[in-house]
Design a protein around this ligand. Structure first.
Ligand code: NAD
Length: 359
């Protein structure tokens, strides 16, 4: 398998290096053939080529089975015009690779359970994925804008979905649920919005193709409450762009730290894996970034792109064991923990991988 590596800016290169060490280790253990190719993106690409992503890098991504990205952006490039900023590189890659679904897993590790803002008994066992439609919906619908009519200003946005746009993301979610605990929650606002009625119809029609998956429909307002009341009861949640934007951040906070969260953006052919956090310029180069979000992104890659559940489980178990022993980067440190930097945390996780395999 070929993985295109885009280290990016700020702490991107530091956390990607950690994730690659773990990826190489698990590939070696399971005899997986791994080829790494390196591309350049974001501020690094602007400095070298004057644009946030080059055709060369896009080609590399398209010739790979998966892309692993660190993060892009930083104060050095903040004053550039919007279309030349580092973040444009990410938007371009998502568009070129047609990545229409965003996967945001949230797993509460036993070793870090006290970091959650929710009560331990509520969050224990939480292991869910929010699947958000990424390329359509109200953020892209036309007409949009601010208009003046009879001297009064109006702001307009349009929530829009074609049946096909709904179907393809819903299928991603059903397939994911089939590989997990076989439960799908579809979130909409079908009591008010026509676009949600269509969403619900499509989900119901797809049920025929995934008979082993249990389906529940929730209105978005109810779902936002249930996520706090009973997060551990969810498996896969699928929803449109704007609802997913909000619910994935709400779900993310349950785990207790931004540095712990992985993500994937997937399409029919390509998939890109990255931590949820940004380039964290305030701590870049200090060797203290939490690498776990990127390491768990590699676990997600093993599961989603390569269908290899045991490798995913091994990585997650190694992370959990390391946390249980009290090792913490500063962002998740509490008094009494063992404070470590990025490299030491990575070494501890690698040692746990070894130990879990060799006993
Ligand atoms: P951020 O996620 O980079 O940082 C927010 C806070 O969380 C900071 O205090 C940071 O130190 C901390 N943090 C983040 N990740 C951490 C980690 N792994 N370990 C320890 N601490 C961590 O968000 P921001 O400060 O709003 O943005 C900084 C830059 O990143 C901006 O240029 C922004 O545009 C960019 N950004 C990029 C992406 C991406 O590449 N996908 C996403 C978000 C923001």
């Amino acid at each position: 398998m070929r993985v295109c590596v885009l280290r990016g800016d700020g702490i991107g290169p530091e956390v990607v290096e950690s994730a690659l060490e773990v990826l190489k280790k698990v590939c070696q253990i399971f005899n997986f053939d791994l080829e790494l190719v390196e591309g350049i993106i974001g501020g690094q690409s602007i400095d070298k080529f004057g644009e946030p992503i080059t055709e060369e890098t896009l080609k590399l991504c398209k010739s790979s089975n998966a892309v692993l990205l660190g993060a892009v952006g930083g104060p050095k490039w903040d004053d550039l015009p919007t279309d030349r900023r580092p973040e444009k590189g990410l938007l371009r890659i998502r568009k070129e690779l047609n990545l229409f679904a965003n996967l945001r897993p949230v797993k509460v590790f036993e070793g870090l359970i006290s970091s959650s803002p929710l009560k331990e008994e509520v969050v224990r066992g939480t292991d869910l994925v929010v699947v958000r439609e990424l390329s359509s919906g109200i953020y892209y619908g036309e007409p949009r804008g601010i208009f003046t009519k009879n001297g009064i200003k109006y702001g307009i946005n349009t929530m829009y979905y074609s049946e096909e746009e709904i179907r393809r993301v819903v299928r991603v979610a059903f397939k994911l649920a089939q590989r997990r605990r076989k439960k799908l929650t579809s979130v909409d606002k079908a009591n008010v919005l026509e676009v949600s009625k269509l969403w619900r119809d499509v989900v119901n029609s797809e049920r025929e193709n995934f008979k082993d998956v249990e389906v529940e429909h929730l209105y978005v307002d109810n779902c936002s409450m249930q996520l706090i009341r009973r997060p551990s009861s969810f498996d896969v949640i699928v929803t449109g762009n704007i609802f997913g934007d909000i619910l994935s951040d709400e779900a993310g906070v349950i785990s207790g730290s931004l540095g712990m969260l992985p993500s994937a953006s997937v399409g029919e052919r390509y998939a890109l894996y990255e931590p949820v956090h940004g380039s964290a310029p305030d701590i870049a180069g200090k060797g203290i970034a939490n690498p776990i979000g990127t390491i768990l992104s590699v676990a997600l890659m093993m599961e989603y792109s390569f269908g290899f559940e045991p490798a995913k489980k091994l990585i997650e178990d190694a992370v959990d064991e390391t946390l249980k022993e009290g090792y913490r980067t500063p962002d998740i440190y509490s008094r009494g923990d063992k404070e470590v930097g990025t490299k030491e945390m990575t070494q501890k996780i690698l040692q746990k991988v070894e130990k879990l395999i060799n006993g």
